[in-house]
Write a protein that binds this ligand. Structure first.
Ligand code: IPE
Ligand code: IPE
Ligand code: MG
Length: 264
């Protein structure tokens, strides 16, 4: 089945998925891709289904995109799965979203292990229900020795909360005289963020047509390339992922410097 998919010609391109993967791999690959997976509710609404049906379908996209990210050689894939603001949703939807990691991992953990994927998380873990924590921890432990793609779930993550926690830690160290004010610089702040062990995202993708960050990685995305698509998350597939990476490879990242040979 995978073979058939790889040979399939894709919309907007005369090349098969496997040829597009080959081409993408011959150029600079983003090390860290972060995705705001949005549009599950609208996908369900379009089909007169309950919102949770959209979340369930979105899980299949997580599987597809993890697999292709690993095939391409991306090092880290961060998926925004639940924000600190998503607690404002109806209880029934929250309960379902909290069950999803367990469901996803009980179905796909063996295949993640086989693909050498390492599961990690960022976010406020303590506030999650015990069954959600257990499911995630089990996957984190079972894959801790893997050396392939890091599949990083942002679960109960909020960038402002992360920054507040970072400030508190640094202020505490300063109050204890373990740190002086002159030691505070960008790398020190980086080192206290939840993403301290990860490279900054090279590419941010948001699905569903919304063009905003919704409290996602405000510090880390300072120089990332952004790719927005109208496609709803359950419809986002291998071809959409390749579109975003091909677009990224055409961008000219300057980081505040000048293009070319610095001639005056
Ligand atoms: C994204 O889909 C999933 C989460 C935020 C958990 P939404 O549930 O936000 O879907 P829309 O935006 O309402 O369509
Ligand atoms: C962002 O999507 C959060 C996640 C994808 C987990 P939302 O659907 O919650 O964002 P808003 O409310 O449209 O900004
Ligand atoms: Mg949404």
């Amino acid at each position: 089945m995978l073979e058939k998919l790889l040979r399939k010609k894709t919309k907007g391109s005369d090349l098969s998925i496997s040829d597009r993967i080959k081409n993408v791999k011959s150029r600079t690959i983003p090390s860290h891709v972060a995705i705001i997976m949005d549009g599950n509710g609208r996908w369900a609404k379009q089909r007169s289904l309950p919102r949770i049906a959209g979340h369930h379908e979105g899980m299949k996209t997580v599987r597809k995109i993890t697999r292709i990210a690993n095939d391409i050689g991306i090092k880290v894939l961060t998926l925004y799965a639940f924000s600190t603001e998503n607690w404002k949703r109806p209880k029934m939807e929250i309960d379902f979203l909290m069950k999803l990691p367990g469901e996803f991992l009980s179905t796909y953990l063996p295949e993640l292990i086989e693909q050498n994927v390492k599961v990690e998380t960022i976010g406020n873990f303590d506030a999650l229900p015990p069954h959600t924590k257990e499911a995630i921890l089990k996957a984190v432990e079972a894959t801790s020795m893997n050396t392939g793609l890091v599949l990083n779930f942002a679960m109960n993550y909020g960038s402002r909360l992360e920054i507040v926690e970072t400030v508190k830690e640094i202020v505490q160290l300063t109050a204890n005289n373990q740190l002086s004010i002159d030691d505070i610089n960008e790398s020190l702040i980086d080192a206290h963020l939840m993403t301290s062990h990860l490279p900054e995202p090279d590419l941010l993708i948001r699905t569903s047509g919304e063009v905003r960050l919704s409290n996602f990685m405000l510090w880390q995305l300072a120089y990332s390339e952004f790719s927005f698509t109208d496609v709803l998350w359950p419809d986002f597939d291998e071809s959409c992922m390749l579109n975003a990476i091909e677009e990224f490879q055409k961008r000219n990242r300057r980081f505040g410097s000048v293009e070319g040979d610095n001639e005056l």
